[in-house]
Design a protein around this ligand. Sequence first.
Ligand code: SF4
Length: 59
Amino acid sequence: MRLEVDRERCVGAGMCVLTAPEVFGQDEEDGRVRLLDPEPDGIGEAVQLCPAAAITAKD
Ligand code: SF4
């Protein structure tokens, strides 16, 4: 799986961080998502849970 995040769309809700903390982090300054692992084995429901549709996953 290959991930991309759109930091411009991200609203800092943190659902992705709660769902897959080994893959997603939150920037300390602006609270927006930081991608820690762009090619993880799995991310649970992080794509569906993101309220801003800021996460894209490709197989
Ligand atoms: S769930 Fe979406 S909006 Fe929330 S921090 Fe993650 S990427 Fe940003």
